[in-house]
Design a protein around this ligand. Sequence first.
Ligand SMILES: *Cc1c(COP(=O)(O)O)cnc(C)c1O
Length: 353
Amino acid sequence: MEKWQKLLHESITDLDTLKSVLADKNIPTATVDSSLKLQFPFRINPYYLNLIEGVNDPIWKQAIPDSRELTDTLCVTDPLGEEEHSPTPGLVHKYPDRVLLLVTSQCSMYCRFCTRNRLVGKRNRPLSQQAFEKCIEYIRSNHQIREVLISGGDPLLLSDKKLDDILYKLHNIENIEVIRIGSRVPCTLPQRITDSLIETLRKYHPLYINTHFNHPRELTPEASSACNRLADAGIPLGCQTVLLKDINDSTEILKKLFLGLLRMRVKPYYLFQTDLTSGTNHFRTKSSVGIQIMKQLYGHISGMAIPRLALDAPGGKGKIPLSPEYIIQHGDKLVFENYLGEICEYQEVIDYL
Ligand SMILES: *Cc1c(COP(=O)(O)O)cnc(C)c1O
């Protein structure tokens, strides 16, 4: 067994075991209620568990079940309308030129705020070969599809061989120009980024990976090494962070996260407003919080380190950028504020046709 498989195998999936492991690490466990009837799957591997330093810290809150998951009456099962935008099982087609392909329901850690908590961890198997072939057929016969996003679950939990098969088939579809993988493994199980995985991935350029880090404490030497090795294989890396209440909803924390990611050769891509997913209401911030944070980032740090703040609109309506306002007045002159709050002007073209 490889190291990552061993770590995955040693994952904790029940709250009684979690309590005893935390107690062994001298972390108080009074706030873990092992009688909770969990609605969403729980799994934490020893690598990610070891990042927990104390009760309710930012790592704990992402991974350990909370009773508020069971009392959320506001949010819904499928907030992004993925089921109704699914032409065949395993595919979500909501933008004309790109599709989402869900290849597995497994993750190396189940985020408590997961937008797909209706699916993940529940069926202990990858997408069936038959369903996968149907997805391939759909993609092949819809020529406007240029890009496939492979997600799940976490696609990098599949075996190298299975991934090779999926990538090979997609890469050989004439209309597919770019393949993108969404994976949290560089953050939650960086040991998965083995030489053999990299050899598999690098055959299918142009291949992009968007990963998912939410807090500077996740930027460990192991994660950094995983990202560097992917980047060395020519894979551009992006990060899709989720804005989470009492975890990373502060300018200081996000600044540290985004600058740290850039040093690891990961470009912050999206900062998401939390979706309205059942059981995750306690993670949501007001939209004004994210917009205010963005205003404190633009201009103050490298533009390379700044993601786009977006919310994924309910019902599959797509991602909507949320931006701070800089423009004060339109007219012959554009009047705007700069990042320091100074008022500036830009003379528009005259007689523009
Ligand atoms: C988010 C998403 C995409 C990708 O959107 P980008 O803005 O290109 O990152 C594609 N398909 C679905 C269904 C999505 O939810």
